[in-house]
Write a protein that binds this ligand. Structure first.
Ligand code: TNX
Length: 522
């Protein structure tokens, strides 16, 4: 028995196809090699002389638990092909079309990996979990012609080179961070970024939700935080904030793409927006003015006042209730106006509060200067390859996420001439972003202590989605490859060739990327 889904979508697609202006010039789609994928798959075996061509009457077959992923794939393919691509429930090997199956994948690909088979008659993605199918679909998009990403119907032909890819990640944590505090970015911009990072199999989005310049999430028990504390941003613009419904929408959008949101409320420093919103949070009982500059390290919650802990308990409690992910990020960086003793006292209680809400802590690596709970993850953001305190913490069991600022910070300029960004951690050209190993970067730290990588994008100088794109592309795919691909595949020449093949895709998608002269763009 087969069940047809999505008749309305199908009709709409046919209508859209009929509306395309005849004679609109468009470049003919060309076959791309199976070996051009970013991040590099674990194994790729091309089949010489075999090519699959998507037919106008093709079906997308999917296991019942894979219809959401199938729907996402079909939506992308329908826009550019104009084909109806009905989704049909099926669990066996298909004779034709595209199939997304939750059976027959090797156990070795785990929960996030997949196997992609391309024969003359069919494309089959097999995985153990829907997340693996989602990742396989991202690979399939990259082995179709770049025009597959177009928002309007293109002529095709829609070919895929034959062969097999077997693929799974090196690290469990493959993250991006977006600072929505220094400049505010709303739901549409965050969802756009989720779409972009998932192309490269990133599975965590850390949202930096509060800082000196703005508080960006409604907290019902402390309403001034968003309404007043969110009313400006760097440079004095209007700022803004997410309602709790906005945040829920982002969490759901991310979850549908197998991305976990890691929300950050930075504390005890980076808190001027909160201190300005509530006088009682200040040791002297006086609220400072809102801040629109870019200095860091001048603000601190009042460690000696009990109201401070009521505040973080209620704030983190509301966020924990909105967040399905296991981790809350409590910042902890650059607390230079908090004494070392106060910092320890504060971070100890903050970790207990997070635990009481059923979550675990992530914090910037400064937390190794306070007693860290065994489950606390430290995010390394230094520029040095030696940090004895972090190495000692790792040796006693603290897990690390690697974001060395001199490699992984997407807000650093590429060159002196880059219009956006900062330089405090150095200039980061694409080979610098790519040329390190998360497992060996820090001396005294081994792969067993490293959960993965994250590429943070701080937004002191970043104001639009086009700015985000420009700083993230192509460095975000470079960091994503360090997180996903086997260490043995690491090779700049091969990577830059595969990266250069992404350029036509980004042009079709309207992603504003930095055309680094170090990369040979197609
Ligand atoms: C340092 S890295 C910061 C941020 C800034 C960033 C700018 C870290 C944990 N703190 O507050 O936005 O540099 O590059």
């Amino acid at each position: 028995m087969t069940i047809r889904l999505g008749r309305n979508l199908l009709t709409l697609t046919l209508l859209a196809a009929a509306l395309v202006v005849p004679g609109t010039p468009a470049a003919a789609a060309t076959a791309v090699p199976l070996t051009g994928v970013v991040p590099a798959p674990v194994s790729t075996t091309p089949a010489a002389g075999v090519t699959f061509t998507l037919s106008p009457t093709a079906t997308v077959y999917a296991d019942a638990a894979a219809t959401d992923v199938a729907g996402q794939l079909a939506a992308i393919l329908r826009r550019s092909t104009g084909y109806p691509l009905p989704i049909v429930l099926a669990s066996g090997t298909p004779a034709d079309g595209i199939a997304l199956l939750l059976s027959g994948a090797p156990a070795s690909v785990g929960a996030e990996g997949y196997q992609l088979d391309v024969s003359t008659s069919a494309v089959t993605v097999r995985a153990n979990q829907p997340a693996g199918l989602f990742n396989g679909v991202q690979t399939l998009r990259q082995v179709l012609p770049p025009e597959i990403e177009a928002a309007t119907v293109q002529p095709g032909p829609w070919t895929v080179a034959g062969g097999r890819i077997v693929d799974y990640p090196r690290f469990a944590y493959r993250g991006a961070m977006l600072d929505v505090a220094r400049h505010f970015f709303g739901v549409a911009a965050v969802e756009r970024y989720i779409d972009e990072i998932t192309l490269y199999k990133v599975n965590r989005l850390h949202l930096h939700l509060s800082d000196d310049q703005g508080w960006r999430l409604v907290i019902n028990s402390w309403p001034n935080l968003a309404v007043y504390g969110g009313s400006t941003e760097v440079g004095g613009g209007p700022g803004g904030y997410l309602t709790q419904d906005d945040y829920r929408q982002i969490v759901a959008y991310a979850a549908a793409r197998y991305v976990t949101i890691v929300p950050e409320i930075d504390m005890p420093g980076h808190t001027n927006a909160a201190l300005a919103s509530y006088a009682e949070l200040n040791c002297d009982g006086t609220a400072p003015k809102l801040y629109t500059g870019t200095r860091v390290g001048f603000s601190s919650l009042c460690v000696s006042k009990e109201i401070t802990y009521t505040f973080i308990d209620q704030v983190l409690g509301e966020i924990a209730a909105l967040t399905p992910g296991a981790y809350l990020h409590i910042g902890g960086d650059e607390a230079s106006s908090t004494t070392a003793a106060d910092y320890s006292t504060f971070m100890t209680r903050a970790q207990q509060i997070v635990a009481a809400h059923g979550k675990s802590v992530t914090a910037w690596h400064d937390i190794v200067n306070a007693p860290a709970q065994p489950s606390t993850i430290a995010q390394y953001w230094g520029t040095s390859t030696t940090n004895s305190a972090v190495a000692a913490a790792a040796q006693s069991g603290t897990k690390l996420v690697m974001s060395p600022a001199s490699r992984a910070y997407l807000d650093m300029k590429y060159t002196r001439r880059t219009r956006l960004g900062q330089t405090w951690a150095g200039l980061i050209e694409v080979p610098d972003a790519y040329g390190w190993d998360p497992a060996t970067f820090l001396s005294g730290v081994t792969e067993a202590s490293v959960l993965g990588v994250e590429a943070p994008l701080w937004t002191e100088t970043i104001e639009t989605s086009a700015d985000i794109d420009y700083m993230a592309f192509p460095r975000l795919p470079a960091i994503a490859e360090l997180g996903w691909s086997p260490a043995a595949s690491h090779d700049w020449t091969a990577f830059s060739g595969r990266l250069g093949a992404q350029g036509p895709r980004w042009r079709v998608m309207g992603v504003n990327y930095y055309a680094s002269p170090q990369v040979t763009w197609q």
